[in-house]
Design a protein around this ligand. Sequence first.
Ligand code: UDP
Ligand code: GLC
Ligand code: MN
Length: 498
Amino acid sequence: MPSTEEFAWVTLTTNDTYSLGALVLAHSLKRAGTAHQLAVLVTPTVSEAMRDRLKDVYNVVQEVNVLDSQDAANLALLARPELGVTFTKLHCWRLVQFEKCVFLDADTLVLKNCDELFEREELSAAPDVSWPDCFNSGVFVFKPSVETFNQITEFAVKNGSFDGGDQGLLNQFFADWATADIKKHLPFVYNVTAYASYCYLPAFKQFRDKIKILHFAGKLKPWLIQFNSETKTAATPHDYSHAKDLIQHWWTIFCDNVHHFLDDTMPIKPDNTDIASDNTDRSVQPEAGLAGALAQLRIGVERTPEQEQYENLMRRQCWESGQIDYSGADAFDNIWKKITQTLEAKPDKEAEAEADQTDNDNVNDNDNTIGYNKLLTKTASRLLQQTHNATPARPSSDRSPSPSPSPSSSSSLATNQGSSVAEAKASPAAATTNKLPTNAQKPVSSNTAVEQQPTTTTTTGKPQRVQPAAQATQPQHILQQSPAPTKPSRQKASRKFK
Ligand code: UDP
Ligand code: GLC
Ligand code: MN
């Protein structure tokens, strides 16, 4: 039996937000008493401050370049345009300092010790809930090998991936998984999806206590769930109520093991700092630095302006990623009530004057609630103006809600807490699709499909040498590598697998 040094749990993060998941995951592994090493692959788009936090808990923090499928068409089938970067996972095969590894997505949570997984062979994984003849690639056992890495990347260039992400690719590559060897089928308890599909709930209830690894697969991630810092509770959306205690468990680990160590110098900016070239306030951009906002929270004490700021940031982020609590806080009635209250509280002229002023205001004011209300008032005024234009019969003083407001007006209103109706996005889904490109999704300047050079790996403790891999020569359009990060990185961070 190899020593524990030879086995590692491996995850991946390409930004500070997924890094929150990686931190909670690492602590969940430690709480479960694993005897094995922890390794995380990070891309240059993870901040220095966050890498330092990852180094506190991971034995190996390995920088890798982004690999992106750039396969918009297949990713559209998944409705997850951002998942092209999951090809970056493939770098896990290059961790050849380990004999065997288990890859875990950063959105997984280990509930019980699973060290027995290292007795399994490559490629062992659990069935995917959507197509059980495929395995889910959020949890899999593999054997690091530069040769395998080369084979998979070459295969990717030739064949692509049917879902545009690593799961389609790996299922095509390990194509006999469904039929060849039942020992490579992990029991479902090693990768239980938090989201409940048809027939799921009775089984979830029955086997709840046997779950070993929970996977927040899908758009709703635990860090995107509204969290009340005063009461330390997460507001679980209705369709996740079966997993309420498990979502709370994620947040409990976050509060107990992660939050104190977050650095409040972490930027409250988009994770990819080069994406916003306009002069908009980045603190309220989607995917803005959630880690930075959370770092500024004081947990377990009375709510502060920072808490309000965080909640506003979260609410917008949730809206724009399609996570809308239609029957809860985001219910149409609540939004409409807020608008009418705000309008009733102010004479029209004053409200409009204030609203105009918000063009120059920053919603990141100390009193963010005031900024938010101003924006809401402005948005409401403009919307009502539009409504009046469309229905001239209504007197201008009549600002009461229309008896049957159209869905599009509710969507526009609520998605635009920080911008005007004219900029309204048609729907949360459209907002997600229109997201600004990440570093990884930008065109590359070199023609290199996967650049691979021998380099020094920084581990916590001892530097290690990584084996060179052959240069891939395939065209760049299928498997692309991101350009160098725009931020100069301090050299003390991990060096790259390139
Ligand atoms: N990931 C990442 N950055 C991204 C998207 C994904 O680091 O922008 C990594 C992360 O480890 C994540 C995994 O790739 O857990 C797979 O993505 P995700 O879990 O969102 O896919 P899902 O399980 O929801 O299909
Ligand atoms: C899946 C997996 C995830 C993978 C993604 C893209 O649903 O859960 O690990 O990255 O699809 O293929
Ligand atoms: Mn996942």
